[in-house]
Ligand binder design. Sequence first.
Ligand code: 26M
Length: 822
Amino acid sequence: DLIVDDDRTSITVPALKQAILDNLFYVVGKRAEVATDMDHFMALAYTVRDRILARWLTTKGDYVKHHMRTVHYLSAEFLMGPHLANNILNLGLQEAVRQATSELDLDLDLLIKQESEPGLGNGGLGRLAACYLDSLATLGVPAMGYGIRYEYGMFHQTIRDGWQVELTDYWLRYGNPWEIRRPQADVEVAFGGHTQSWRDPFGEYKVQWIPGEVVKGIPYDTPILGYRSGVANTLRLWRSEATESFYFERFNSGDYEGAVGAKVFAENISKVLYPNDEEIRGKELRLQQQYFFTSCSLQDMIRRHQNAGHAIENFHELCVVQLNDTHPSIGVAELMRLLIDIHGLGWDKAWEITSHTFNYTNHTLLPEALERWPLPMFGSLLPRHLEIIYEINARFLSALRERFPNDEDRVARMSLIDEHGERYVRMAHLACVGSEHINGVARLHTELLKSDVLHDFYELWPEKFINVTNGVTPRRWLAVSNPEQTELMISKIGQDWIGDLDRVSQLERYAEDSAFRADWRNVQYAVKVRLTQYIANTTGIAVDPKSMFDAQVKRIHEYKRQHLNLLYILTQYQRLKKTPGLEIPARTFLFGGKAAPGYFIAKLIIKLITSVAEVINNDPEVNQQLKVVFLPDYNVTFGQLVYPAADLSEQISTAGKEASGTGNMKFAMNGALTIGTLDGANIEIREAVGHENFFLFGLTAAEVAAKKAAGYHPHQIYESNGELREVIDSIVSGQFSRGDRNLFRPLVDGLLNTDPYLLFADYQSYVDCQDQVGKAYSDQEGWSKMSIYNAARMGRFSSDRSIQEYCRNIWNITRFGVDAPQ
Ligand code: 26M
């Protein structure tokens, strides 16, 4: 009964309604009477996708037509989170879609919740890549993301008997309405085998790689909309499949097992995301994944470059590659191989192109997280690349010897090959040698790269090093996730800040306005009620939305010190037990985060959190003042619920260990106050929001280093600090493990004996600081002021600012935007 012009592009309410019904019938294949919430989600998602397509195709065409220099962001992980709400916001369709769905008697928020999130990343690094794609499209930067279309993403976490249990994440179960498979743009990737060399008739040395296996990469494209920019860039994720020819050759020659084996080999590559962050074990499949997506992406870039009519010699003028950590750094050797073996260039020209194409972002200071591949494994999987790496290394080391004569220690330290005992290829060194720029992700992190982790490279090439402090997108992390605060902000300062976060500073003057502060508190309370309901539904725990919400959500890691947070909780618990009726403001401690499945101590920390929670939450003497909640399966979707609801953000890593942190930014933008160390981006956040609006504690990175050098004895601190000793003793006593004195022994012994992350050294400072936090929270007016100053001064931490810095200082991109109307 509805008549509309074009139900695939029109954005009027009647057209949207008709489109949802048409997509439900023709794409989903259901009648409205029997459609489920998931069916309606799909129908709505296709409706939104239809409205993206014109922008998407126009954007692509414009980049080609105008020969625009393009960024290629190579990342093993893209932790995108659900797309629907974000796409609706970016298209400017929030009101129209709400109206259309409500007229169809559909609950928009319920439909949005149906989308299963593509969890194709571990944590910070993958989520940063997603924020950067958002900003690239918003700013109209010609850009493409390249990665792997894992069939199984980050595992789902459940808690059984207080322990983490992993379940697989088959996120494609109901289909993915956002992706388009493009089989015509497939590429082939080789593995194994051997190389042959000869001199061609002109006397040129030539190498041919005779591979053992060949697989096919099929691209799946997802449009990435800018915020009201009219731009839609592409995220291109590769799926591995068997090549028909390889498969059938063996099949027809009677080698049935070999044929099946080849198929299994091929399909395995993009099957599953490795759930380890910050810890590398040399698994061959992981190297296969890295080479697979990097080779697919570089071949794709070359093909697109040539199809647009450009000569291979100009590759680096139009194509720039950003390496998201060392995971795609094999690309340096791969581009050399493609240019020399496939496109016939000489070494020097190939090196000129390669070394002007790549840039490398480092994300870690932990020595155990620097990627190295055992040489025998590397050589058998990528024999040609090993030869190329040897040649790069020979040339690099001879230049190095010229620059630093008689310094063989330096040569050994900087070599691409680690020769101490078992031999390894050092991927960070390959990335440094092959890149034009090397960047850290926060000011302190970059300084520590220069002075420590990559010091030799800094001495050799100081001009390569540059800092780009991370940022996060205010679209997803504020406008989408915190509609209550967003609406209040818009009522005072309009909405331009969503696309230009520096403008939130206009909020500052309202910090001194008591009526506004009351509104701010009401909004905060409403958001906390939302989270309270979620907690009740998922855990059965009743928390009080009037209590302070104190949140630590991030991967579980010793350096992030979730157990330091626990030490304070236990300190308060002991105090309350000793002094019944002790006046402290009620607090709800919220934890969320996954442990790498093989990381025993991290899993034990989860068990300790859940065990302490059980005791405290069920102790009537304290549970009006203290509650502890571990929320299972922390992911992007849950992050969108928790960042807006927190009063206090825990950013308590050992100084010098957290490269940047990005959760710290999401909390502060939403008005949470931070308790934190001088680590990563905390330092810059504290400067931006004002020292008086940030709860600082703990040793500095320099003090940590000095303490370790001087000989650190945690046992002495245990002996001399009464409260700490009681807390530790209570864990050992079995109070939280039903009398089992051994359960938490590995954790406690580690702290007493070595405590590599200096929890004991920072304990008293943390406890004192937390006590100050408690006092400050009792003054609600003062707290609201600080909260508003935090939100108003976070403009710098928009990923739009980070991307502008990458464009100016690293990518040399000055042309933005497309012809398309917004
Ligand atoms: C490597 C090899 C094999 C399997 C997995 C990995 C791997 C995957 C993810 C290693 C590290 C990974 O991520 C590291 C990470 O997330 N680092 C974080 O990056 C953020 C963005 O820059 C920073 O804010 C965090 O401080 C940093 O810890």
